[in-house]
Design a protein around this ligand. Sequence first.
Ligand SMILES: [Zn+2]
Length: 129
Amino acid sequence: MNDQKVLDRFNKNYIPEPNSGCWIWLGQPHCDFGYGRFGINKKMYQDHRASWYIFKGDIGNLCVLHSCDNTFCVNPDHLFLGTQSDNNKDQMKKGRTNGGPKGVPKSDEHKKNIAKGRRGKKFPRKPKI
Ligand SMILES: [Zn+2]
């Protein structure tokens, strides 16, 4: 996009971090997701999505992911596009999710394990002899 006013407004909302090269978002926080938010043409974007839109262009239905793993970063060079499934895999890889919504057990067996104070995968296996 080519809108100097939007760009100027966006540029006032972050500070570059010299070591990592990340641009740390200082603007309005988005209470639901822990991301910042930024309005363009009366539409609200998450901070990093706004960054992609301003500097790189259309996002479509894709997710904007962080290569630097800093959720406050809005440096377009640290962002890449991926599908929702890429996003899930990426978060899983970075340990940001336990594979389901917070605190919601996935199955009856999982519930039983939680009731017994344990989680299936953490059990030590018997060594093979
Ligand atoms: Zn970054």
